[in-house]
Design a protein around this ligand. Structure first.
Ligand SMILES: Cc1ncc(COP(=O)(O)O)c(C=O)c1O
Length: 392
């Protein structure tokens, strides 16, 4: 653990989780992917409101397999994505042969902006890969209608937004497929872990195969997949690799944790939201941007953003956070504007980061701070008071 008084996350694995793990260890001889993984996938699908889920080794693996399977189904082309996202979203797009088309975010949702998406769609667009940021829902009716009318699949990265709602539906159930992360610091954890969820049976089968090296015998219905499979010649049935695959499996212990953690996810999210709303309500709106679209939010973290005209106060804001022992991240999700990152150049992609004005504002003036169930409310009040005094 770290030395922060107020860390990004606290006690994300509790006594009940430990008891469940010990029970499994003492009563089962199965640790590699098996029945518990299936149980967790089923419970997750039911909770999310989708038909199929595939438990993986990480959220990045979920991003990567989704893009790899999209390529099998649709071929390469353009994928629209935001510059405010996690690095693995961008890498997944590029390394699977797609051209990334970056579109700026909406200031209130922190996710892809409708107008930007509309203008960026071309006949080559294969998907819109939208990231729900830090517990906010990033989708609205206009975006959903637009993509439906243009027949473009929506892929949701909900790695930071477990349980966030769009109306009565959970984010991650709104598009063609979605990705979740269960890394330690997230809404719920399997230590390392991720999930792909979808209502499309063929896509689900494809992800299952690709999770396990691309082995055909990982599929429960290979006949349904014929149109996407290559033609292996003279190979052994047990070793037929008709698609590009990886080893992105998780295991029974991760699934035991997942099953147990899912039971308290919704209750925890209520607590998280109470804290986010209390924080935003108290901040001085002249200095800090607080007009996020928090409807249906599941609050991953507390969102702190200096308005551009108060950017000079950033060192003082950091001083307050350090003084109060608050762990924070600059640039919000993934460190801010991904188009600034050096790896893009190694793949021949040159972009002007300042083209993405709203993302740049977050990059320079945004922070996220720890939010977790049990975070004392009076700490939030104390912090807001100190933040409001900055520059006075
Ligand atoms: C939006 C988003 N996508 C993907 C990931 C990758 O998840 P993981 O760390 O489980 O690989 C993260 C990680 O935090 C994330 O925030």
């Amino acid at each position: 653990m770290n030395n922060y008084r107020w860390p990004l996350i606290q006690n994300n694995i509790n006594e009940a989780d430990k008891t469940a793990l010990v029970k499994h260890i003492m009563t089962s001889d199965r640790f590699t992917q098996g029945e518990k993984v299936k149980q967790f996938e089923k419970a997750w699908s039911q909770w999310l409101g989708v038909k199929h889920s595939i438990f993986l080794s990480s959220g990045s693996a979920a991003n990567f397999l989704t893009m790899s399977a999209l390529r099998d189904i649709a071929g390469t082309g353009e994928v629209i994505l935001p510059p405010l996202t996690w690095v693995s979203d961008v890498v997944s797009v590029i390394e699977n042969g797609f051209t990334p088309v970056f579109v700026d975010i909406n200031a209130e949702t922190l996710a892809l902006d409708y107008e930007g998406i509309r203008k960026a769609i071309t006949p080559k667009t294969k998907a819109v890969f939208l990231t729900h940021i830090l517990g906010l829902n990033g989708v609205d009716k206009k975006i959903l209608d637009l993509l439906k009318s243009r027949n473009i699949p929506l892929i949701e990265d909900a790695c930071e937004s477990h349980g966030a709602m769009y109306g009565k539906k959970k984010v991650g159930s709104l598009g063609f497929a979605s990705n979740f992360s269960f890394y330690y610091g997230h809404h719920m954890t399997t230590i390392e872990g991720g999930m792909v969820s979808t209502n499309d049976p063929k896509f689900a089968q494809l992800i299952r195969i690709k999770r396990g090296h691309g082995l055909l015998r990982e599929s429960t219905a290979p006949e349904e997949l014929q149109e996407f499979l290559g033609n292996s010649k003279g190979v052994y049935k047990e070793f037929d690799f008709p698609v590009v695959g990886f080893n992105f499996r998780n295991n029974e212990l991760g699934a035991v944790l997942g099953i147990n953690q899912l039971k308290r996810l919704d209750k925890n999210n209520v607590q998280r939201n109470v804290r986010l709303l209390r924080f935003l309500k108290q901040l001085n709106r002249k200095k800090y941007f607080t007009d996020y679209n928090v409807k249906g939010s599941s609050s991953y973290a507390l969102l702190l953003q200096l308005r551009a005209e108060h950017a000079h106060l950033k060192p003082q804001v950091e001083q307050v956070l350090n003084h109060l022992g608050v762990e924070y991240r600059r640039g919000m999700s993934g460190g801010g504007n991904q188009t600034r990152q050096g790896f893009l150049k190694t793949r021949g992609i040159k972009l002007d980061p300042t083209d993405y004005v709203n993302t740049e504002q977050i990059h320079h003036n945004g922070f996220y701070l720890g939010n977790f169930p049990g975070l004392p409310l009076k700490w939030i009040d104390e912090l807001c008071k100190a933040l409001n005094e900055v520059g006075e």
